[in-house]
Design a protein around this ligand. Structure first.
Ligand SMILES: Cc1ncc(C[n+]2csc(CCOP(=O)(O)OP(=O)(O)O)c2C)c(N)n1
Ligand code: SF4
Length: 270
């Protein structure tokens, strides 16, 4: 059986010492090793952000794309080569702000891929602006009095938009996180995993999450109402698989596809 390190590339991460994203990388590579993923048949796709650097650190195919555009890229990769295991690495800014619309529609399409959002409730890479999951009172340089905006509830959004696997993990518990990621990758359909991943530089207070994160005291359910209830009622740092259901995976009608040159000829014929 391979080891987690077999799935790490030779590139040394440049994250700040202590950044939660290190442990997400660790948990992901451990999950890949457990599943004995074929590196030649795995693609890790990202947008832009500290979290989005992750594909470079994994020894598989990868694409470090544009801010907020990880999911459309991943959708194209999966449609072009359905045999690939597609994993998307993103951040709360990347996935919910500029990429928010793609997030909703990826959940709705239920393509077979896994989205891991490293949520530190801040834009780390661009030096500490509030994100859609930032607490309304948190004071940042660009929002010195707080945003006073209601934070998104990404897991509730994912459930209502149609994701068929919805889970939360914590970078401070990589053993549990590896299991959640492995289950997400194995799941047939769109798996959304929110990972609490502290930004030690701009939100050092998030290190206290290790005292607050606690596992869900319930088995994964395929009942949407029960899952939604747990997402909304359990403490915000509850980890585990909240929802797992079988739902048809979106498959485009490839039989109707025609070569590009035929389409161009038709479109531009005088
Ligand atoms: C179109 C575009 N807009 C804005 C930016 C600047 N930008 C780069 S990363 C980022 C936010 C990243 O935050 P997040 O996704 O939460 O990841 P983190 O760095 O916290 O891991 C922003 C706004 C950009 N690169 N491209
Ligand atoms: S700025 Fe924050 S998110 Fe980015 S590497 Fe440093 S600790 Fe991690």
């Amino acid at each position: 059986m391979p080891f987690a390190n077999d799935y790490k590339s030779d590139i040394h991460p440049i994250w700040c010492p202590g950044c939660g994203h290190f442990m997400v990388l660790r948990a992901l590579t451990q999950a890949m090793a457990w599943l004995e993923l074929d590196k030649d048949r795995t693609a890790v796709i990202s947008g832009i952000g500290c979290s989005s650097r992750l594909p470079a650190y994994v020894d598989t195919y990868g694409f470090h794309g544009l801010h907020g555009r990880a999911l459309p890229l991943a959708t194209g990769v999966k449609l072009a080569n359905p045999e690939l295991t597609v994993i998307v690495a993103s951040g709360d800014g990347d996935a919910y702000s500029i990429g928010g619309n793609h997030f909703l529609h990826a959940c709705r399409r239920n393509l077979d891929m896994t989205l891991i959002v490293m949520d530190n409730r801040v834009y780390g890479m661009t030096k500490g602006q509030p994100s859609p999951t930032t607490e309304p009172e948190w004071k940042a340089k660009l929002a010195p009095h707080g945003t006073h905006l209601r934070p998104f509830q990404p897991m509730a959004l994912a459930l209502s938009a149609g994701a068929s696997f919805v889970a939360r993990g914590f970078s401070g518990n990589p053993a549990e996180l590896s299991k959640v990621i492995a289950a997400g990758i194995e799941h047939q359909g769109f798996s959304f995993i929110e990972v609490l991943s502290p930004c030690v530089t701009f939100r050092p207070e998030e290190l206290a999450w290790r005292h607050e994160a606690a596992p869900l005291d319930a088995e994964p359910t395929d009942d949407l109402c029960t899952a939604m209830h747990n997402v909304l009622k359990k403490p915000a740092l509850t980890t585990g698989i909240f929802y797992q259901a079988q739902r048809p995976v979106w498959e485009p009608d490839t039989a109707a596809h025609r070569p590009l040159d035929a389409l161009a000829e038709e479109a531009f014929a005088l």
